[in-house]
Design a binder for this molecule. Structure first.
Ligand code: NAI
Length: 236
């Protein structure tokens, strides 16, 4: 029998942390992977760790991704029910002012990272309709946003990768979808200049927990939609 297992990247903060908390409460065995292991340990201090495993992981490194997936799945009959590719970074500013290394890093984390985890997870996915991959895209997956060039490019790519894998792996009963959050007041946005002001002006108050509610729906009814906007997901 497949156990309820979920591996979450970028789990030390924001949406990833909220997702880990939620699925842990739901009785899942949760693998929490993040670049920042110290933060991961800190935020999970009060948790019951019986069903939680913490991993240091840079998603842009394929060998690390393989090792983390293998180690987590080895404890669960070599199978993985849910992979949540959530780790992501963002740099806001004029394209020419952002060093090229930073643009490249955004693509490495946001796109290569998702590709690495999907590839590493493949041997452990169940071909009986019980495995789901959820990738975090963004409202900027559909159009290029000025001063968010590499982020927009990366999220377009995540969407294309999601669509390709969904079509390719549906014959194995593996569901692949992406969830598109709008502005959510996590560290990602709070750490950027002026975003607090923009969010206040927009008056949008979507929380990490709202996004998780939509992720949860996708896990429960994986075949419903390939791409889910959080606004739509909360309404239906
Ligand atoms: P966050 O900044 O609160 O959390 C991101 C986590 O990813 C952090 O714990 C960070 O340490 C980790 N991380 C960064 N680089 C990593 C790497 N190379 N390997 C492993 N972990 C790494 O961000 P937030 O807002 O929770 O974002 C989560 C996802 O949701 C991202 O993919 C983001 O692009 C997406 N998203 C967020 C939106 C927002 O408004 N906050 C809107 C649309 C999409």
């Amino acid at each position: 029998m497949n156990k309820n297992t979920i591996l979450i990247t970028g789990a030390a903060s924001g949406i990833g942390l909220a997702a880990a908390r939620h699925f842990h409460k739901m009785g899942y065995w949760v693998g929490m992977a993040d670049l920042n292991l110290a933060l991961l340990k800190d935020v999970t201090k009060p948790w019951d760790h019986a069903r939680v495993r913490l991993f240091q992981l840079d998603v842009s490194d394929f060998t690390q991704a393989q090792n983390v997936v293998a180690e987590f799945c080895a404890e669960h009959n070599n199978s993985l029910a849910v992979l949540l590719n959530n780790a992501g970074i963002l740099e806001i500013g004029p394209f020419e002012d952002i060093p090229i290394e930073q643009h490249q890093r955004t693509l490495s984390v946001n796109v290569i990272g998702v590709m690495n985890l999907c590839h590493a997870a493949w041997p452990y996915l169940n071909n009986n309709g019980t495995s789901t991959i959820i990738n975090m895209s963004s409202a900027s997956s559909d159009y290029g946003v000025p001063e968010l060039a590499s982020y927009s490019a990366s999220k377009f790519a995540v969407k294309a990768l999601t669509e390709a894998l969904e079509l390719e792996w549906q014959k194995y009963g593996i569901s692949v979808c992406d969830v598109m959050p709008p502005f959510v007041a996590t560290n990602m946005l709070k750490s950027q200049k002026n975003t607090a002001k923009v969010m206040q002006r927009l008056g949008v108050n979507i929380t990490a927990e709202d996004v998780v509610a939509v992720i949860d729906k996708q896990v429960r009814q994986p075949k419903t939609h390939r791409t889910v906007s959080v606004f739509y997901g909360l309404l239906h």
